[in-house]
Design a protein around this ligand. Structure first.
Ligand code: ADP
Ligand code: MG
Length: 339
């Protein structure tokens, strides 16, 4: 039997936290679903699990490490001081301290967060990426001639479809200028403008460091969206149940892909995972055109890990029950060589 471990589950605090804070109430809320699922799984596995939320003070981590002395950190931190730009800084801090932790290291997080940087690396290695430009704040927003409509405009570093709505899809120079200005002002962020790729939306979950496992693909389908309308995983499309029902949006297991195509997608996604130096576990988002061309949209290291989210659903389809998946993530985190 494998050794039982002491695991410290780290999550986001939205206000100042303490090392000995009781988070039982938070763990019952829908925002903490992932944390609750992971804590339950760790207990089912017989590990000793405790939790700590980080807000703007890393000293609570030092205090908790002294009091609990965990074998490994289960990292569910996505922000610091309410700012999601700092997830890689937290991980850099673990790395500097030599603390074993689950999921992706700081380099992978940094490369994937900047969608322009990730796409430049992949394009260099001849992986299909949409044509794009990044427009920094304060820069003139005229569309370069080589960028063809329709175009999708988004913040260059956000997650979870923040800043993405139907208005992100633009078909004229006026709309283009307006939407870039909107991203600059409202999101205080550089904007990324990329050619819109019409096709199926696939989510490919992978785990591992050296040897990689690719799980069965998930797909977002847009059942009631008319054929000539853009199909985009907007903020509402991800988080608003009413909206999802109205437009027939469903996350399902991708079907009807032949074996050769599945292998090509798996191989491409493994290359992407390695080129972007993801470790631990990740989800690669792609578009597959009607003539089977594959385009990289985004890589998500440390994707959402709740039991009913795409990553765990994919693992489950491969026969990996949720607690086993969590156990694998923990054991892999302990073995990962960082730096
Ligand atoms: N170039 C593109 N072509 C078609 N759809 C896109 C493109 N870029 C983004 N999208 C749509 O917008 C969604 C969110 O974009 P993404 O870059 O993954 O941002 P986020 O990090 O917020 O999830 C994608 O899942 C996809 O549906
Ligand atoms: Mg995405």
């Amino acid at each position: 039997m494998k050794k039982k471990l002491k695991v410290l589950v780290l999550s986001d605090g939205t206000r100042p936290t303490a090392a000995d804070q009781d988070l039982t109430k938070e763990l019952k809320s829908s925002e903490w679903k992932t944390e609750a699922n992971v804590m339950d799984a760790l207990k089912t596995l017989g590990h000793t699990a405790e939790h700590l939320a980080l807000y703007d003070n890393v000293d609570v981590l030092r205090q908790k490490m002294e009091a609990f002395a965990p074998d490994v950190l289960f990292n569910l931190v996505e922000q610091f001081n309410n700012n999601p730009a700092f997830d890689q800084n937290i991980v850099s801090f673990f790395e500097m301290q030599g603390l074993p932790f689950t999921g992706c290291g700081s380099t992978g997080l940094t490369l994937c967060k900047h969608k322009g940087t990730a796409k430049k690396i992949l394009h260099y290695h001849r992986i299909g990426t949409p044509n794009f430009v990044v427009v920094p704040r304060g820069q003139r927003a005229a569309r370069p001639k080589h960028l063809k409509f329709p175009i999708l405009i988004k913040p260059v570093k956000e997650e979870a479809s923040y800043g993405i709505s139907q208005a992100s899809f633009v078909e004229s120079d006026d709309e283009y200028r307006d939407r870039i200005a909107f991203i600059h002002d409202k999101y205080e962020s550089a904007a990324m403008a990329e050619e819109y790729i019409d096709g199926r939306e696939l989510y490919v979950s992978i785990m591992g460091n050296v040897r990689l496992t690719v799980f069965p693909f998930r797909e977002l389908v847009f059942k009631q969206v008319p054929a000539n309308e853009p199909k985009i995983a907007t903020y509402k499309a991800k988080w608003d149940e009413e909206y999802r029902k109205r437009w027939g949006l469903e996350n399902i297991y991708a079907n009807g892909l032949d074996g050769a195509l599945v292998s090509r997608i798996e191989d491409t996604c493994k290359r992407i995972y390695r080129l972007l130096t993801i470790d631990g576990y990740g989800r690669i988002d792609l578009r597959l055109t009607p003539d089977n061309q594959l385009y990289f949209i985004e890589a998500n290291p440390n994707p959402h890990l709740a039991e009913d989210e795409d990553f765990a659903m994919s693992a489950n389809k491969a026969g990996l029950k949720y607690p086993e998946l969590i156990d694998r993530i923990v054991r892999q985190g302990m073995k990962t060589l960082r730096g």
